[in-house]
Design a protein around this ligand. Structure first.
Ligand code: NAD
Ligand code: USQ
Length: 393
């Protein structure tokens, strides 16, 4: 297939672009390097020394003979994304190109507005470009499990059948997102659903859980292909952060009681889910929703797992309970369905001690690049002022 990967220089996008290319698909990456800029703005860097995208692509070509085309530009500029659609003529567009950090979106007014404009306008542009240039093209959109929040009932895959006053209907599952970032994904979902209905577009919204890991078969082929491993308080996701903390003997930063339960998946499953969605497109007019995660854990369970693996490795690690900087339930019911990708053939890589061990080992390998100051949360959901507020976007 011809597949455009928007956000292909990022964490999920880079692994996905290489995986799809290795599987024989014709791949193009679209990115404006915004994420590298946000790292500069915040004074953070990935634990792993990622190379410039042109060097990554050159190395991929030298190793495999496969060309990944590159379009550098901003998806929130309509002329750019419509020219990409015209020139590359994708059969599927995988859309990762958004500002994806909840803390970043909660820094202040400027960062909240930027997040929502970047994400919502980018997705709207894609919808209009697909409608204008090739309405048959399948949109594979990265959403988030965080769109649903943590309701006190089972979470379904996108839709809920409700009986109300004697009548029954199947409606979008209620959304209770927990940050301006997560809200941007809800707004995207509504816009995509609407355009599937009125223009007959085809789309799959992948409500992905929290991703962990950094290694896929393809990035292992050469150091120049190495993927991101974010551990800072703004972009680092929880398990990756805990492994970096364990590597340097820093206490694991559990927010509050650590009863926050989320869906998780290995980045090796992210890339497979994307290919499965592309190979099995939604029908014209269909807005399909898959919950893309493989297991659920509480934050405290993850901290205990990391602590115990670290102990076997001879590392002494403590668990700290910090005041939760976010507004979220610290203990709650959580049972989210996730069978649709398995029905399409996903065989998950479940979290194992050996995976945690390998992540801690990667962190040990690059331990000199770890700045422990970046473990401390600085963005507080409740406070009008915070340490990050001086940054400019
Ligand atoms: P990332 O920040 O590593 O990558 C995003 C990429 O998109 C970056 O390379 C960035 O430069 C690019 N980008 C952003 N805005 C752009 C724009 N306007 N034009 C062009 N390029 C733009 O993020 P990630 O972790 O790879 O996440 C990718 C997607 O998956 C996001 O949409 C995110 O919401 C979703 N997701 C991620 C996770 C996770 O745990 N990482 C979990 C669930 C969902
Ligand atoms: N947490 C800690 N300690 C930490 C970091 C996080 O206790 O050091 C807690 C948070 O309070 C939260 C949970 O761990 O309850 C997950 O936080 P996270 O930062 O790992 O993930 P989150 O902010 O939810 O966002 C990430 C991605 C985002 C994606 C989302 C999927 O950055 O792009 O949408 O995971 S989901 O959580 O399903 O919404």
């Amino acid at each position: 297939m011809r597949i455009a990967v928007l956000g292909g220089d990022g964490y999920c996008g880079w692994a996905t672009a290489l995986y799809l290319s290795s599987k024989g698909h014709t791949v193009a990456i679209v990115d404006n390097f915004a994420r590298r800029q946000w790292d500069h703005e915040l004074g953070v860097q990935t634990l792993t020394p990622i190379r410039p995208l042109t060097e990554r692509l050159k190395t991929w070509y030298e190793l495999t003979g496969k060309v990944i085309e590159l379009f550098v530009g901003d998806v929130s500029e309509y002329d750019f994304i419509s020219s990409v659609m015209k020139s590359f003529e994708p059969e599927a567009v995988v859309h990762f190109a958004e500002q994806r950090s909840a803390p970043y979106s909660m820094i202040d007014h400027k960062h909240a507005v930027f997040t929502q404009v970047n994400n919502v306008v980018g997705t709207l542009n894609l919808l209009f470009a697909v409608r204008e240039i090739d309405p048959d093209c399948h949109i594979v959109k990265l959403g988030t499990m965080g769109e649903y929040g943590t309701p006190n009932i089972d979470i379904e895959e996108g839709y809920l059948t409700i009986e109300h006053n004697g009548r029954t209907d199947t409606l979008p599952f209620p959304k209770q997102p927990g940050s301006f970032y997560h809200l941007s994904k809800v707004h995207d979902s509504h816009n995509i659903m609407f355009t599937c209905k009125v223009w007959g577009l085809r789309a799959t919204d992948l409500n992905q859980g929290v991703v962990y890991g950094t290694v896929t078969d393809e990035v292992l082929m050469d150091e120049a292909l190495i993927n991101r491993f974010d551990y800072d308080e703004v972009f680092g996701t929880v398990l990756n952060r805990f492994c970096a903390q364990a590597a340097i003997g820093s206490p694991l930063t559990v927010y509050g009681k650590g009863g926050q339960t989320r869906g998780f998946l290995d980045i090796r499953d992210t890339v497979r889910c994307i290919e499965l969605a592309c190979l099995n497109p939604a029908k014209r007019g269909e807005f399909r929703v898959f919950n893309q995660f493989t297991e659920q854990f509480s934050v405290l369970e993850l901290a205990q797992a990391v602590k115990s693996v670290a102990k076997e490795m001879g590392l002494r690690v403590e668990i700290d309970h910090l005041p939760d900087p976010r507004v979220e339930a610290e203990s709650h019911y959580y049972n989210a369905k996730h069978s649709k990708l398995a029905d399409l053939g996903l065989e998950p890589h479940l979290l194992s001690n050996s995976l945690v061990d390998s992540l801690i080992n990667i962190a040990l390998q690059y331990r000199d690049r770890i700045d422990p100051a970046l473990f401390t949360p600085q963005v507080n959901w409740r406070a009008a002022r915070n340490e990050r507020r001086t940054g400019n976007v």
